[in-house]
Design a binder for this molecule. Structure first.
Ligand code: NAP
Ligand code: GCO
Length: 264
């Protein structure tokens, strides 16, 4: 069971002030890793540091917009000086815009691609040299069911997450010989601020139609919670997965395997 230990490792989880990133950082800390995370605003930073402290986690927070290569290079250098060379990178930061394609501007499309696809490239490029020097590394890209499926209004997000699946496979191919493993986690529908609009109670007090839809499409008959991703993240960040490379681990309650509940 020692192969699941992250003792002595330095982990950077991007966008881990709350949501999925925070849960993953909490799990990696529980397995022994030193935690670095980033976000963009002072309020989220203050709230996050308080939340980590309440969990007994001495996480270090960095202000960094993951789309800005200069800020990323500086953050990686600062982490190297303050915590040590990064052993584990979780590319978690991400946004979604739910806009019908014909109504979405090219700039809106570009913004989603920039954060959800270009930024994992920029982040990965910044950490790989240190991993090569150390002789090992773990990169985990937070993909999505939209790495496999489309749906109305999420064209930019699906394009980005589909690209992130292939970027994951390419990083695995290009750097596997340096004992660097790059895998993805594909969460299903998880209850976080990002999906709150899909779950909110309707003005007439009824259940959100999408909420009902997802529960009917998920064999587990529930939304996931960030805690559902903790074990898979520790597995892919640890020595237990040293021969797993280029794999997307879907943590979706079975939704990708299921045609959906038949109407009664
Ligand atoms: P969330 O609650 O909206 O959190 C997103 C995080 O990303 C926030 O901390 C946000 O920080 C950060 N972020 C966004 N843009 C950034 C940028 N340019 N630079 C730095 N940080 C940035 O989302 P979530 O539900 O936890 O999702 C986390 C990841 O999981 C995303 O990649 C998402 O696509 C993916 N995912 C989510 C679900 C789901 O159902 N929730 C399912 C599959 C995949 P700020 O406060 O600074 O904006
Ligand atoms: C949406 C949701 C999804 C989830 C997730 C599913 O609008 O369909 O936000 O995209 O965020 O990516 O895996």
């Amino acid at each position: 069971m020692n192969s699941f230990s992250l003792q002595g490792k330095v982990a950077l989880v991007t966008g881990a002030a709350y949501g999925i990133g925070f849960a993953i950082a909490e799990a990696l800390a529980a397995a022994g890793a030193k935690i670095a995370f980033n976000c963009r605003g002072q309020h989220h930073m203050d709230e996050a540091l308080k939340a980590y402290k309440e969990k007994g986690i001495d996480a270090k927070g960095y202000f960094c917009d993951v789309t800005d290569e200069e800020q990323v290079q500086k953050m990686v250098a600062d982490i190297g000086n303050e915590l040590g060379v990064i052993d584990i990178l979780v590319n978690n930061a991400g946004i979604i815009k739910r806009i019908p394609m014909t109504e979405m501007s090219a700039d809106e499309f570009r913004q989603v691609i920039d954060i959800d696809l270009n930024a994992p490239f920029i982040m990965t490029k910044a950490v790989i040299p240190g991993m090569i020097q150390k002789g090992h590394g773990k990169i985990i890209n937070i993909c999505s069911m939209m790495s496999e499926l489309g749906r109305e209004t999420v064209s930019a997000y699906a394009a980005a997450k589909g690209g992130l699946k292939m970027l994951t496979k390419n990083i695995a191919s290009e750097y596997g010989e340096y004992n660097i493993q790059c895998n993805g986690i594909g969460p299903g529908y998880i209850a976080t601020p990002q999906t709150a609009p899909l779950r909110e109670t309707q003005p007439d007090g009824s259940q959100h139609p999408f909420d009902k839809f997802i529960i009917g499409k998920t064999p587990a008959a529930r939304w996931g919670v960030p805690e559902d991703l903790m074990g898979p993240a520790v597995f892919l960040a640890s020595g237990a997965s040293d021969f797993v490379n280029g794999h997307i681990l879907y943590v979706d309650g079975g939704i990708l395997a299921y045609i959906g509940k038949q109407p009664k």
